[in-house]
Design a protein around this ligand. Structure first.
Ligand code: GDG
Length: 491
């Protein structure tokens, strides 16, 4: 079973003599001003949730955009800070971006073009030349920062996600760097991808990697198909490799996961039970069945769809009025983008409507915690939820599902999971719930509410075993082992 120690051993065996560098847009720790003080926050992001434990285990340098209002005050003259603040284990190197750069690179090309391009959720991507130029410039800036950090040391650089697709191309010429990238979102089929006016540049950037990872094999196949159609390259489907201009890139699936042991233990702390009791009191829950949705508020997560299904459930099985409460928790995200503003409004309106339609003097069907919740509260919510709903329209993996399972040390709780998430391939014991089929979804909620204890336990035990074995350390170890095999000529 993989854990922190086995990962550390692997890193020192395979990567000794190499400087380990992670590059991502989002930083794992953000410093902000709050009530006259500087506070350190952990962002609501699947990527940082997954990689922070890996960096704690391996050490090294994490390069990311310094986005917090107090970030500049906290770094040294080389823009570095040791993190986690309470028990430093690695170095965070912050990259500064102007408002215009952030607008064009992050909100613009990354999130108005690439994000909707890669997710099938029927939101049209917007391709603006200015955004693309800024994306190119910012990727160059990140690559230069890597080169500066690494110098002439031998380094293993692990690039994250769709914000930085061009970085590996810029690094490939440096002979002392081995580059891997993990693409945290789906890769679409070639028909969908070819609408991107800069598809060649993006593919060329990604083929700067020695190793390119996706969550599932289906996305690897889509990527190989895209290469085959879009550019001149040799695609070896047996070995899952691409050769272009004499360079070779291996393409592999690595289903990302969570730190099972930590989440499992965390949930057993007495403070969590206290938080459960205090939440029950504060939210006036009484003795009801609790459902939970916990997401970054994003149009790919199917939040309106699950609210509509809950509404249908209460309409069709009205005997459950007063007996079930659905808590939707989560932070608004990317609020500068029009479709996200519209989504927030849609969610607000739907909740108001559904609550108005069904509520009584003593009961309100939906509680919306529209705020960034502290980790203790998130754990308490997962612990007390009788069922948890993950209804993504499309999702690379989805860590919320795995966190729910890992927190349930009591082996109770039901997971409703969209088949359009990467996680659904590993968790067949969840109730498969199609967010597009409202009646079917409503019936799935009924099934969850009525599922007998022995069946809940049987399913939860199996899901926990899966997440325990395929944890975040296995994900990192698999990528590092593969990389070592390809680049150091083993096996
Ligand atoms: C991308 C891919 C892939 C949620 N609300 C709050 C909060 N969260 C935390 C959750 C979880 C994380 O945010 C969300 O992770 P997901 O995996 O669901 O989604 P994305 O952010 O879209 O991540 C995804 C992931 O990358 C990793 O590869 O799984 O498919 O889209 O950890 O618990 N955290 C806090 N407050 C909240 O209100 N602090």
């Amino acid at each position: 079973m993989w854990n922190k120690n086995t990962l550390c051993d692997l890193v020192s065996e395979k990567m000794s003599g190499y400087h380990f560098v992670v590059v991502s847009n989002r930083e794992p720790y953000i410093h902000v001003h709050e009530k006259g003080e500087v506070r350190c926050q952990v962002p609501a992001s699947g990527l940082t949730t997954a990689l922070d434990p890996v960096m704690r285990a391996c050490g090294g340098t994490w390069i990311a955009h310094g986005s917090g209002g107090a970030d500049r005050e906290m770094v040294d003259e080389k823009n570095r800070i040791a993190v986690p603040p309470k028990e430093p284990k690695y170095t965070l190197r912050r990259v500064w971006l102007s408002k215009e750069e952030e607008a064009g690179y992050y909100y613009g090309f990354s999130n108005e073009a690439l994000w909707p391009l890669c997710h099938i959720s029927y939101t049209r991507p917007e391709f603006k030349e200015d955004d693309w130029n800024t994306y190119y410039r910012v990727n160059r800036l990140f690559a230069n920062t890597v080169l500066e950090e690494v110098g002439d040391k031998k380094a293993f650089v692990f690039v994250q996600d769709y914000h930085l697709a061009l970085v590996p191309g810029f690094l490939r010429e440096a002979g002392n760097i081995i580059t891997a990238q993990f693409w945290h979102i789906p890769w679409p089929n070639p028909e969908a991808f070819r609408i991107c006016p800069w598809q060649t540049e993006i593919l060329d950037g990604l083929l700067g990697n020695h190793l390119l990872g996706f969550h599932i094999r289906y996305h690897c196949n889509n990527f190989l198909d895209t290469i085959d159609r879009a550019i001149e390259a040799r695609v070896d489907r047996e070995r899952y490799e691409v050769q272009r201009r004499g360079l070779k890139t291996a393409v592999r699936p690595y289903p990302i996961s969570v730190d099972f042991d930590e989440l499992n233990q965390e949930a057993q702390q007495p403070s969590v039970e206290e938080e459960v009791q205090s939440l029950k009191k504060r939210l006036e829950l009484g003795d009801v069945v609790v459902g939970l949705g916990l997401d970054r508020i994003d149009y790919t997560k199917g939040i309106p769809d699950r609210l509509k299904a809950f509404d249908r459930f209460l309409e069709r099985w009205s005997e459950y009025r007063g007996k079930v409460v659905f808590i939707q928790a989560g932070v608004p995200s990317r609020v500068h983008i029009g479709v996200y503003k519209a989504l927030n409004e849609e969610v607000d309106n739907l909740i108001e409507e559904i609550n108005w339609k069904h509520s009584s003097d003593h009961w309100k069907p939906i509680i919306y915690l529209r705020e960034k919740l502290r980790p203790l509260t998130l754990t308490a919510l997962r612990r007390m939820a009788n069922f948890c709903v993950v209804s993504s329209l499309h999702d690379g993996m989805n860590l919320v599902a795995k966190e729910y399972v890992a927190n349930r040390f009591d082996e109770d709780g039901v997971l409703l999971l969209s088949p359009f998430t990467g996680a659904s391939r590993e968790l067949p014991d969840a109730i498969a719930t199609n967010p597009y089929a409202t009646d079917h979804f409503a019936a799935a909620i009924k099934e969850a509410v009525e599922m007998p204890l022995h069946e809940r336990k049987r399913r939860m035990r199996r899901m926990r075993q899966m997440v325990r074995e395929n944890n975040i350390y296995k994900w990192a170890s698999d990528m590092i082992s593969d990389l070592a095999r390809f680049e150091f000529g083993e096996g």
